[in-house]
Design a protein around this ligand. Structure first.
Ligand SMILES: Cc1cc2nc3c(=O)[nH]c(=O)nc-3n(C[C@H](O)[C@H](O)[C@H](O)COP(=O)(O)O)c2cc1C
Length: 205
């Protein structure tokens, strides 16, 4: 794996939803006590500007869910193509099945390096281009019935090479390793394509 050194710049909370607007697959990171974990999640979206809210589906069978429900927090990390293989792997293996007694977790198992942002206990993943730290807003009915988790974003960052002034800046010159990942199925992802500007169509008269 190539090491991509993150260049995180703070994103205003009211603009944090824009990190998710184009539909990237995310890595959900979580921690509780001495345990930490990471899983892939394609089913995520922004939910509100102010306060900044996000939602993500986290299946009952996941180890991540146990840590998030216990700690009341999680982070959404937006992986780039340079860690596509690791993104797929942490979406196929459960942290529960690793040798946790010997401190093997999914980060170490798949060579994912981490750093911390505002919350010193919540791992953020290198090789990502956006990061949103979130406090869980408990909604037991949604969580139990639909596996749907809502978080209030408490801090957000984006990689300055691909996000500035509140928007993604992808273009033909962007290194492919920095492109976001958009899940199809199996081992297939799409990446971001060309940006284009459009004016709204006039109503038919
Ligand atoms: C690309 C991709 C996207 C995924 N999206 C979701 C998702 O949105 N929600 C979910 O619950 N599981 C999703 N999964 C499956 C989890 O990542 C998987 O169950 C993972 O092993 C859970 O890890 P854990 O038990 O260590 O928490 C996805 C898997 C992949 C590969």
């Amino acid at each position: 794996m190539k090491t991509i050194i993150p260049q995180p710049l703070p994103v205003p909370l009211a603009k944090a939803y824009r990190l998710l607007n184009h539909g990237p697959t995310v890595l959900v990171t979580s921690a509780n006590g001495s345990e930490r974990n990471v899983m892939a999640a394609a089913w995520n979206m922004g939910l509100n500007y102010e306060p900044a809210l996000v939602s993500v589906v986290i299946d009952k069978a996941t180890f991540s869910r146990e840590l998030i429900e216990a700690s009341g927090k999680f982070a959404l990390n937006i992986p780039a193509r340079g860690i596509a293989a690791q993104t797929l792997a942490v979406g196929r293996v459960s942290g529960r099945d690793l040798d946790r007694a010997n401190h093997v977790d999914k980060f170490s198992a798949f060579g994912l390096h981490t750093f911390t942002g505002a919350d010193a206990t919540l791992p953020l993943v290198n090789g990502c281009v956006g990061w949103l730290e979130c406090t869980l807003i408990p909604e037991p009915h949604n969580q139990t019935q639909y596996d749907l988790f809502i978080g209030q974003v408490t801090a957000a960052w984006a990689d300055a090479r691909v996000f500035s002034d509140g928007r993604w800046t992808y273009g033909a010159d962007t290194p492919t390793d920095l492109q976001t990942l958009h899940y199809v199925a199996g081992g297939t992802f799409l990446t971001v394509g060309d940006a284009f500007e459009v004016s709204p169509a006039a109503p038919l008269g």
